[in-house]
Design a protein around this ligand. Structure first.
Ligand SMILES: [Zn+2]
Length: 557
């Protein structure tokens, strides 16, 4: 009876969400928020079959057949029931086959729709029970079109024509290669990974290497362990002819280990080049609080794509070059830092430690990350103008086509559009609007420390801003995060007066604005009606759009 009831309920649930198009996140520049697809409904919404349990542990076991580009594995999911459970949803890409699901030594039935797998237990699991079940599966996981933006497996060869494999799956979801509860808020407390590869190769995962065991058939299993909460998409595997390059970071008399992995022929360059990571970590700890994962270590791993922020296992593919790497050309770093090392390492704070509560708020990962790079240069050169120069260099990439924050609960990974560059400019602008640097730096640091290993929304950030400034900046958030429109400062000048107003803004938009009047800073409070102040004839007036993301527009009278 119980089971039939479950099936009926599940059928009702599945029928309730209509739409039959499968279309994963678009890539490249985006001009419109995507239509909600059936699969994104199933992945994005925490329905009762997902919210009824909390995953505590994943035990991931995968055997890689590199020649066939296929995997064969089983994953044990340990969880706590938050309600009485007959049926629950896990997620696994529909192109992968499930051979069986085992609970308490018995097979259980399951039903699949797109990437959702509805697991129907043989008996009710009561609320507040620790339980586990194991999913056996295999198949050919999707390849990566344009990693890391359009992810999947990169099956590649190194310079010596030897196999070199890596996975990146932010946005696509970890379900493209292993079964899990694939929602951004669901991180386990710890994870064990056992990756079995041909014995001539090394496989590298997140966290600490626990064992290396030779298997029959000339295969070797590398066992890795992460002793912290981790976002599913951060769990990764890299396979290649790796050697370790060991480094340490000493802080407060404690020695922290950094065992980087590079291809064997890059041992020398890796040893020298990856020293940069220590400076990056010190910078982030100074402004945003402690690195959260020292018990899992920190390592850079060379990969055959640009790079990705995999927690405690940051991947790197920028060619060991400050000026000529794949990314270095287009991402000015003033010759002092590799853009991939600083960007992906910074995500250990923005994204991995402080995670968006829904992927639509992912500017918290990317906008804050890019903005923090401007602060790195400001700190490094002890110069605000350098951070302004960095901000100006990224400004032309802003498009203002769609809001930075889109719909919630729709598996909408707002990684395209203006999440990165405009997100950074919004932070730069907010600092200028607040106009109190000590408070601004406290806002950033306290927000990161108080929410370490937590999940936050855009609103949470602005609550912190309000707490520290006493000002409600929701008008600011609504304009810059929820509308695509760039505020226009319209102005004109006569012999004796300067006139200004906001246009292209929400009704409630009241941001202050700084002008330079004959070289002296003057703060004005524009609204949507023209206001004016007196000036001497032929005054020189500049709109300080290097501090504010606004569009100055002279009106012809
Ligand atoms: Zn990023």
């Amino acid at each position: 009876m119980k089971k039939k009831y479950s099936i009926l309920l599940m059928y009702a649930f599945l029928v309730a969400c209509n739409s039959d198009v499968t279309n994963d996140r678009p890539h490249g520049s985006q001009t419109d928020t995507p239509e909600l697809t059936r699969n994104n409904y199933l992945m994005g919404f925490l329905n009762e079959y997902r919210s009824s349990y909390d995953v505590t542990y994943y035990d991931i076991n995968i055997d890689f057949d590199i020649e066939k580009k296929s995997i064969d594995g089983f994953v044990t999911i340990k969880a706590k029931s938050l309600a009485d459970i007959d049926t629950l949803q896990i997620d696994l890409a529909k192109n992968l086959s499930i051979t069986k699901i085992i609970h308490e030594n018995s097979s259980v039935e399951y039903y699949r729709e797109q990437d959702a797998v509805m697991v129907m237990f043989n008996k009710t699991i009561n609320k507040d029970t620790l339980f586990d079940f194991t999913v056996h599966y295999n198949g050919k996981p999707q390849g990566a079109d344009n990693p890391p933006w359009s992810g999947g497996f990169t099956w590649s060869k190194d310079k010596n024509d030897r196999d070199w494999v890596a996975v990146s799956c932010e946005g696509e979801g970890a379900r493209i290669w292993w079964p899990n509860k694939d929602h951004i808020t669901e991180g386990p407390d710890s994870v064990r990974m056992a990756f079995t590869v041909p014995s001539n190769l090394v496989s590298v995962g997140n966290g600490q290497l626990k064992s290396v065991v030779n298997k029959e058939g000339n295969k070797t299993t590398y066992e890795w362990f992460v002793n912290n909460p981790i976002n599913n998409y951060n769990i990764s595997v890299q396979i290649g002819n790796y050697v370790t390059v060991q480094d340490t970071l000493i802080k407060d008399s404690r020695v922290h280990y950094m065992d980087h992995y590079v291809l064997d022929y890059n041992e020398e360059v890796g040893k020298n080049y990856f020293l940069q990571a220590k400076e990056v970590i010190r910078f982030y700890e100074k402004y945003f609080g402690e690195y959260q994962w020292w018990d899992d270590g920190y390592k850079l791993i060379e990969v055959p794509y640009l790079g990705m922020e995999h927690q405690s296992a940051v991947t790197y593919g920028n060619g060991f070059s400050i000026y000529n790497g794949l990314r270095s050309d287009s991402w000015p770093m003033y010759g002092v830092m590799d853009p991939l090392i600083i960007h992906e390492t910074g995500h250990e704070w923005f994204g991995n430690s402080v995670t968006a509560i829904d992927p639509t708020h992912i500017w918290i990962h990317e906008g804050l990350q890019v903005y923090s790079e401007a602060l790195y240069f400001e700190d490094k050169f002890n110069s605000y103008p350098v951070s302004v120069d960095y901000m100006k260099s990224i400004r032309p990439r802003i498009q203002n086509k769609i809001p930075i924050v889109g719909p919630e609960n729709e598996n909408y990974w707002a990684l395209n559009g203006d999440t990165y560059m405009k997100g950074a400019w919004v932070m730069h602008t907010l600092r200028s609007a607040i106009n109190d640097d000590p408070v601004w730096f406290e806002i950033l640091k306290e927000f990161m420390i108080e929410n370490a290993k937590g999940h936050v929304s855009t609103e949470d950030f602005f609550l912190k801003v309000q707490e520290k400034t006493g000002v409600d900046y929701s008008y600011f958030s609504e304009q810059y995060f929820y509308s695509p429109n760039q505020p226009k400062l319209e102005y004109y000048q006569t012999n004796s007066s300067f006139h200004f107003r906001w246009n292209n803004v929400n009704d409630n938009f009241i941001m202050p604005m700084d002008l330079l009047v004959n070289g002296i800073t003057k703060r004005v409070l524009p609204n949507q009606e023209f206001q004016s102040f007196n000036i001497t004839q032929h005054s020189t007036i500049e709109i300080m759009d290097w501090k504010f993301y606004v569009n100055p527009k002279e009106i012809v009278q």
